[in-house]
Ligand binder design. Structure first.
Ligand SMILES: Cc1cc2nc3c(=O)[nH]c(=O)nc-3n(C[C@H](O)[C@H](O)[C@H](O)COP(=O)(O)OP(=O)(O)OC[C@H]3O[C@@H](n4cnc5c(N)ncnc54)[C@H](O)[C@@H]3O)c2cc1C
Length: 419
C-alpha cells in the first residue's frame, strides 16, 4: 500500500539510514537528504590518497547481541560482512608489565567463567565481578565512581577499557545508568551476546553501501550535498524544509525525520534540549599486514593505544575519550601509537605508511548531566521526529543506539503516514 504522504529523512548516518530503510521496506515513499557527498556520517569509509587505500574513519566494534544492528543488516542483506570469533574471546596485553591474557566468557546466562582463574582477568577474584552488578540498578544522576571502586586489577585490566570504549567518556565520571545499560546488554546476557563483530572489509561494506542499494531498489530518492538550512514550523506542524537551492513544502500528512548530530539539530529546532559536550576519538591506520596469528582485536592497557584491530591490508588503532591527545601533532601520534602496536604485536618494522583520523565530536559526553539533556523522538510537531545516537535511547552513543533511534522514529513516522 502506498501512503498519500511521503517521508523525508535528513541525514544519512546510521540513524537516518535505519529510518529510511525501515520505512522503504514498509512501502513508504522516502526521500533522504545528506549534507556531505557520502553516507555514513561518523561511521564511514573512504579512499585516502595519502594512505593509498580505503580506510574507515574509525574502528567500530559491535557485538553479536546487538539486536537492532542485526535487524538492520539482515534487512539490507549484509550480515555476512560482520565477522568475528564463534565464541566471546578477548585478547589483552599490558604494555607496562608485558602480561598477556585472554578472557574466555562462557556462552550461557550464568557467568561461571568468573570463577575460573584460567578464564578471567589475572589477579582478580569472582567477587570483584559481582560488585559491578550495582550498576544495573543505578539512578540517573549517579556516576560509575559513585557506585563501584574504580581501582584494582579488574578495573585497570577490564572494566576501565571496556567502559571507556562503550561510553567514550572517562568511566569514573560517566553515567552509571548508561554503564548499567551496556552491562545489561552484554555481560549480563552471557557470552553469546557479546561475541565481537567487526565490519569487514570496511564499515561501508557492512552498514552503508548495502543500505543505499536497498533504497535504490525501492525507488527511494537519495540526495547528497544537500544541507538542510532551516525548517519552517507552524500550527504544530513542520511546513517546509529549506535547502540552499530550493525550499520543499511539507504537508501535514508527510513525516520528517531529523537524523543529524546534536550540534546541528540545536540550530535547526527551536528550544531543543540536546547534549552540548562531546568527547573525541583518535584512530591510527598503518599500512602493513598484521602478523600471522595476530588476534582480530587486541585490548591494550598501559599504553596510549587502547584497541588494535588487525586487517589483511592494515592495522588500525583506536583511542577513545582521547581529548588529552587529540590536539597532538599527527606525526607524533603516529609514532607513539606505532610504538605501542610494534610492542603489542611484536613487529620489528619501522613506522609504515600511516594516517591519523581525529574525530573531535565523536560522541556526546556520557555524563549524567549530558544524558539528562537527550530528547525523545516524538516532538511537539505532529509530523516531525528526531533520530540520532544522542536522542534518548537509553544507550550511550553507539551504532546500536543510532539504529534503534532510527527505528523508533520510523515507527512514529509510519503511523503518521498511516502505513
Ligand atoms: C571514530 C569513531 C569510533 C566509533 N566507534 C564505535 C564503536 O566501536 N562502536 C559503536 O557502536 N559506535 C562507535 N562510534 C559511534 C557511532 O559511529 C555513532 O554512534 C553513529 O555512527 C552515529 O550515527 P548517527 O546517524 O546518529 O549520526 P551521524 O553519523 O553523525 O549522522 C548524521 C548525518 O547527518 C548529516 N548532516 C549533518 N547536518 C546536516 C544537514 N544540515 N542537512 C543534511 N544532513 C546533515 C551528517 O553529514 C551525517 O551524515 C564511533 C564513532 C566514531 C566517530
Amino acid at each position: 500500500m502506498r501512503a498519500k504522504g511521503q517521508a523525508f529523512v535528513i541525514g544519512a548516518g546510521l540513524a537516518g539510514l535505519a529510518a529510511a530503510t525501515h520505512m522503504a521496506a514498509r512501502g513508504a515513499k522516502v526521500t533522504l537528504f545528506e549534507a556531505s557527498g557520502q553516507a555514513g556520517g561518523r561511521c564511514r569509509s573512504y579512499f585516502d590518497p595519502n594512505f593509498d587505500g580505503v580506510i574507515d574513519n574509525g574502528n567500530h566494534l559491535v557485538l553479536s547481541g546487538n539486536r537492532a544492528i542485526y535487524e538492520y543488516v539482515n534487512r539490507i542483506g549484509s550480515s555476512a560482512s560482520l565477522t568475528g570469533p564463534v565464541r566471546a574471546l578477548f585478547d589483552f596485553v599490558d604494555l607496562e608489565s608485558g602480561a598477556r591474557w585472554t578472557l574466555k566468557p562462557n556462552d550461557g546466562l550464568l557467568p561461571w567463567w568468573v570463577t575460573s582463574a584460567a578464564r578471567r582477568v589475572p589477579g582478580t577474584s569472582a567477587g570483584d565481578y559481582l560488585s559491578y552488578a550495582k550498576l544495573l540498578f543505578a539512578g540517573r544522576r549517579q556516576t560509575v565512581g559513585d557506585l563501584v571502586d574504580c581501582s584494582g586489577p579488574l578495573w585497570d585490566r577490564l572494566m576501565h577499557p571496556f567502559l571507556l570504549a562503550a561510553l567514550n567518556t572517562e568511566p569514573q565520571s560517566a553515567s552509571a545508568q548508561l554503564a548499567g545499560a551496556v552491562l545489561r546488554e552484554t555481560l549480563a546476557k552471557g557470552g553469546q551476546a557479546y561475541r565481537p563483530r567487526i565490519a569487514t572489509p570496511t564499515l561501508a561494506a557492512a552498514f552503508i553501501d548495502p543500505a543505499l542499494a536497498f533504497l535504490k531498489i525501492r525507488k527511494a530518492q537519495v540526495h547528497f550535498n544537500e544541507r538542510l538550512r532551516a525548517i519552517t514550523f507552524a500550527h504544530r506542524t513542520a511546513m517546509a524544509l529549506e535547502f540552499p537551492d530550493a525550499t520543499r513544502p511539507v504537508s501535514s500528512g508527510d513525516a520528517v525525520i531529523l537524523a543529524v548530530p546534536p550540534w546541528v539539530a540545536r540550530d535547526l529546532v527551536p528550544n531543543l534540549p540536546a547534549p552540548t559536550e562531546y568527547r573525541s576519538i583518535v584512530n591510527a591506520h598503518f599500512k602493513i599486514a598484521a602478523p600471522l596469528g595476530a588476534p582480530a582485536i587486541l585490548g591494550v592497557v598501559g599504553g596510549t593505544a587502547e584497541w588494535i584491530f588487525s586487517f589483511a591490508d592494515r592495522i588500525s588503532v583506536t583511542v577513545s575519550g582521547a581529548d588529552a591527545i587529540v590536539d597532538k601533532d599527527r606525526e607524533e601520534l603516529a609514532k607513539i601509537l606505532w610504538a605501542d602496536v610494534a610492542r603489542a604485536l611484536d613487529i620489528p618494522a619501522a613506522l609504515p605508511t600511516w594516517q591519523i583520523v581525529k574525530e573531535k565530536r565523536a560522541t556526546f559526553a556520557a555524563t549524567p548531566d549530558q544524558d539528562a539533556r537527550r530528547p525523545v523522538s516524538q516532538t511537539g510537531w505532529r509530523n516531525f521526529f528526531l533520530a540520532g545516537d544522542w536522542t534518548d535511547t537509553g544507550l550511550p552513543a553507539t551504532i546500536e543506539g543510532a539504529v534503534r533511534s532510527g527505528e523508533t522514529a520510523a515507527a512514529l513516522a509510519l503511523r503518521q503516514l498511516s502505513l
